[in-house]
Design a protein around this ligand. Structure first.
Ligand SMILES: Cc1cc2nc3c(=O)[nH]c(=O)nc-3n(C[C@H](O)[C@H](O)[C@H](O)COP(=O)(O)O)c2cc1C
Length: 346
């Protein structure tokens, strides 16, 4: 995840059950540019315990992809090519989901032809499929279509990782059963509750403090930290606008730590919470569920952001895409939907 699956976040996510992590998407050409070492330092760091790790690149020149891959090959377990980013910047840069229009180029990049099967024949050893089309972003995100992922899984022989709609721990098993996939990937679900894979719902301050502790030992950009804290603390921030403001302006690790402590102090006092009971991940046994299947956690517990489900518009039939980058506020829906399912299903 761009700006969000940095080393410190991966350490946290692995502690809570993530068994395989991806780096943020890295621009292969910029990564290899000796005049842009700053970019390389910003987007790439790893260390002990950060395996298995997949490094994701975006590229439209085979040579750049190869060179970038060679630079990291001793520090990771696989290289992933982004074929899913639907943002403006990807269109301008001719990468991500816009390579869907450039099969010749994909063929060159992967030595294959014919999308899912093509990618398999190319020598890809694993395929991660996000069951949304390119236009499903921003307010139109909606639900991912697991049926389409199942079709891809049936069409290829390499392991398939299913992606999309993982809000709760139970969704992992549901998704595995619905798609027949070999694994499940979560992006947004993980950002709002990094303990998703461990079936824990910790207080937001416990999770935030643990992440900040990791950042004490792994240098992490303030912008990344701010982004993560906004998501972890999200359910409580509307009630503490002053802390939201402090978070927006914080520039030192100590400031981040201070505001998380303050938030905790306030909530524990207001809600009369016995924090000692909660530190190690309480299973909230009976959480009410609304008519859309959304669990009604207290606002101080890590929980998914359900924006995309609430605004769900049924997607057109036969959809399929790879992954989407929702990190930018890109609300351009002017493009036509492109249906690749027939190519996948053969
Ligand atoms: C903040 C953010 C950054 C993302 N960055 C990337 C990226 O760098 N590469 C990629 O393939 N997908 C990226 N995605 C898309 C996710 O990998 C995933 O396909 C999408 O969010 C749907 O999965 P989810 O429902 O679990 O969030 C990003 C998503 C988010 C929320």
């Amino acid at each position: 995840m761009v700006d969000q699956s940095e080393q410190a976040w991966r350490v946290l996510s692995r502690r809570y059950g993530a068994q395989l992590c991806f780096t943020p998407m890295i621009h292969a050409k910029m990564f290899c540019d000796e005049r842009n070492l700053r970019y390389r330092q910003e987007v790439w760091s790893t260390g002990e315990g950060d395996r298995p790790l997949i490094v994701q690149f975006c590229a439209n020149e085979p040579e750049a992809l190869l060179e970038a891959a060679k630079r990291v090959q001793d520090h990771c377990d696989a290289i992933d090519l982004n074929l899913g980013c639907p943002q403006h910047i990807a269109r301008r840069g001719r990468y991500g989901a816009f390579l869907q229009d450039e099969w010749e180029l994909i063929h060159k990049l992967n030595k294959t032809i014919e999308y899912a099967r093509m990618i398999e024949r190319a020598g890809a050893q694993m395929l991660t499929v996000h069951g949304r089309i390119r236009d499903q972003k921003g307010h139109n995100t909606g639900l991912a279509d697991w049926e389409q992922i199942r079709c891809v899984k049936e069409a290829v022989n390499i392991p398939v990782i299913a992606n999309g709609n993982i809000l709760y721990f139970e969704d992992i098993q549901r998704c595995l059963e619905a798609t027949g996939a070999d694994g499940v990937m979560s992006a947004e679900g993980n950002l709002y509750n990094p303990a998703l894979f461990a079936n824990h719902n910790l207080p937001i301050w416990t999770m935030a403090q643990e992440y900040l502790d990791i950042c004490q030992t792994i240098t992490t950009k303030n912008a990344y930290i701010r982004g993560h804290l906004f998501k972890i603390l999200r359910p409580a921030l509307p009630f503490h606008a002053d802390l939201r403001e402090r978070l927006a302006n914080a520039n030192y690790l100590q400031e981040f730590c201070g505001l998380v402590d303050e938030l905790k102090k306030r909530i524990v006092q207001i809600e009369q919470i016995d924090d000692s009971q909660l530190e190690h991940g309480t299973q909230l046994v009976s959480v009410p569920v609304d008519e859309n299947g959304i669990k009604q956690y207290p606002y101080w517990i890590c929980q998914p952001n359900v924006r995309s489900i609430v605004n769900f518009n049924p997607p057109v039939s036969n959809i399929l895409s790879t992954r989407e980058d929702t990190s930018n506020n890109d609300n351009d829906h002017s493009e036509d939907t492109i249906d690749f399912s027939n190519n996948f299903l053969g």
